[in-house]
Each structure stands twice: as structure tokens, then as C-alpha cells.
Design a protein around this ligand. Structure first.
Ligand code: ATP
Length: 283
């Protein structure tokens, strides 16, 4: 695992390798088929070089928003019906996924979708399919092994046999092989033990410190608000709260419903999905 000590010891690690891209989502409506409307006028911004968290319960529309941004919505028989998505000022609304990757946006999908039968190295190299610069690909590969020391000795191992945390490193590393200026992660903490979640959070911070903007979709609000600069809360397809992450961390409603801390300071351990459905915030 990557530790703070390892990061500090290696003075080359902190040098920004990329310049983060900005993302602007404006007035986005999206849904599936002709009848299912999911997103309703979503406005969201990732300023260049920042980490932005998107929080929300099951079914709130987080994955649909990510699919709208990354061009994958059409694969799921969905479509954008209004609004726009701009990456560094370029209109990428409804562009094909490969064109969006080439424009500088890469995604780590929910559920660590690695190729279980391929080796760690083969998995990582699949992330560079949109690139043609062989030398640059080798340099990025070396940088990724620097970022994930546990993968160095395991590069020839079959990825399916790695631990959950190591598989998540492979999934993140594969996205980084595209050398993105904006990295989008869909629930990277899902199914991982608390200590590993913490390490994944540190890795995301390291990636951001190297100059990559990050949009982080999480149900683990504790981790997400711990590393984000700004955060948004989505409920039933609408953004209902937004602000500096620090501000949301200190908000009583966010604490109760997303951090599981009740007003008297006790941790309730309630699942996000069990929060009162009628509880909504409006700005
Ligand atoms: P989760 O955390 O459970 O992934 P989410 O916030 O990412 O939830 P979405 O997956 O975007 O939410 O789902 C939002 C709504 O869209 C849900 O009502 C879901 O049933 C619906 N939905 C998602 N995918 C499809 C699809 N391919 N076809 C039809 N409806 C869909």
C-alpha cells in the first residue's frame, strides 16, 4: 500500500505531471428510453485542479450523471435530453466515449471492472488504447508503478487473484494510463475495508496533487468529504446541496444523514439507503 512515508521519501512523486482540466455540467436532463427521466436540471462544476465529491443515496442518479459526462449513457439505452457538458471549455455533450477519453477525461467504473484473467501489467496497458505515443505510454506506466508500490512485484500476476484494494489500484492505474486531466471515480470505496478505503483516499489525493482534477462519486461521505475541495448532494436526480466540503462536513443534516452522526454526537451506523425518503434539502 502507498504510505505517506513512501510518498515523502520519493521527492519525484509530488511533481505535477499534468494540468487538471475543468468540467462544467449545465442544466443537464437525462434518462432512459422514452419514459424514464432521471436527471433534472443538474448544474455541477469541477474547477481545474480540484477534487469534487458527489454524494447521494442509492438510486439518486449519481451513476446516470457520470454516464452522461463520460459518454457511456447511450450504451445503457439512455440519452441526454437537455443541457451541456464542457471539458476545459470544449463541448463534449453526447460525444463518443473514446473521443471524451482523448479529450482528457478517464473513468474508474463502479465495481473494479478489471480483466480478471489478464495480468496486472496487461490490465494497465489496456488503459492506453487511445494513445499512440509509445515512449509516453512507458513513462506513464512507470509513474503508475511508482504511485502503487504493491503492484510492482505483482505486475505479472493474474489480476483476479489480487486483494480488493489491489484490484482497485489496478482499476485506478488503468484509468491513469490514458493520462487524463480529469479523473472520474464511481464509488471507489465500495466493498473495501475501512483501512483500505483510507488508503484509496490518500491515493486519490496523491493523484490530485500531481495535477489531475477529480470528480469522486461516493456513498462513503466521510472519505469523500475528507479529501474533496467541494461537494454536491444529489437526490432523485436533482442537486439539493453544494458547497465547500469543509462546510458540508460541519452541516448538521449532512452529519446525520450522510456521515451517520446524530446531533448528540453518537454514531448511528445507519445505512444510507435507510435514511428517511422524505428528507430532502432545497437551496
Ligand atoms: P447507486 O448508488 O445505486 O448506483 P445511483 O445514485 O448511481 O445509485 P443511478 O444508477 O444513476 O443511481 O440510478 C438512478 C435511477 O435510474 C434509478 O431509478 C435507476 O433504477 C434508473 N436506472 C439506472 N440505469 C438504468 C437503465 N439502464 N435503464 C433504466 N433505468 C435505469
Amino acid at each position: 500500500m502507498v504510505t505517506r512515508e513512501q510518498e515523502v521519501d520519493d521527492s519525484t512523486v509530488a511533481v505535477p505531471a499534468t494540468v487538471g482540466a475543468s468540467l462544467v455540467v449545465a442544466g443537464l436532463d437525462a434518462g432512459y428510453g422514452d419514459a424514464i427521466s432521471v436527471l433534472d436540471g443538474v448544474d455541477l462544476e469541477v474547477p481545474a485542479g480540484k477534487v469534487v465529491a458527489l454524494l447521494g443515496a442509492n438510486g439518486a442518479g449519481k451513476t446516470t450523471l457520470l454516464r452522461s459526462i463520460t459518454g457511456l449513457l447511450r450504451i445503457h439505452r439512455g440519452r441526454i435530453t437537455a443541457g451541456s457538458v464542457h471539458l476545459d471549455g470544449a463541448d463534449i455533450t453526447g460525444s463518443p466515449p473514446a473521443a471524451i477519453v482523448r479529450a482528457g477525461l478517464a473513468q474508474v467504473m463502479e465495481g473494479r471492472r478489471i480483466f480478471a484473467e489478464l495480468s496486472v501489467e496487461e490490465n494497465l496497458r489496456t488503459g492506453a488504447v487511445t494513445r499512440r505515443d509509445a515512449k509516453g505510454i512507458t513513462a506513464t506506466f512507470d509513474e503508475i508503478l511508482e504511485l502503487f508500490p504493491p503492484l510492482v512485484d505483482r505486475r505479472s500476476d493474474t489480476a483476479g487473484y489480487l486483494s480488493g484494494g489491489e484490484q482497485q489500484m489496478v482499476a485506478i492505474g488503468r484509468a491513469l494510463m490514458a493520462k487524463p486531466r480529469l479523473l472520474v471515480l464511481d464509488e471507489p470505496s465500495l466493498g473495501l475495508a475501512p483501512l483500505i478505503v483510507e488508503q484509496i483516499g490518500e491515493i486519490i489525493s496523491d493523484i490530485n496533487a500531481r495535477g489531475t482534477s477529480v470528480l469522486l462519486v461516493e456513498q462513503n461521505a466521510m472519505m469523500a468529504l475528507g479529501i474533496a475541495d467541494f461537494a454536491y448532494v444529489v437526490e432523485t436526480g436533482r442537486i439539493v446541496r453544494s458547497g465547500p466540503a469543509q462546510e458540508l462536513r460541519e452541516d448538521a443534516e449532512i452529519q446525520e444523514f450522510y456521515l451517520g452522526i446524530s446531533s448528540d454526537g453518537r454514531t448511528s451506523f445507519r445505512e444510507v439507503g435507510a435514511y428517511p425518503a422524505a428528507k430532502t434539502w432545497r437551496l
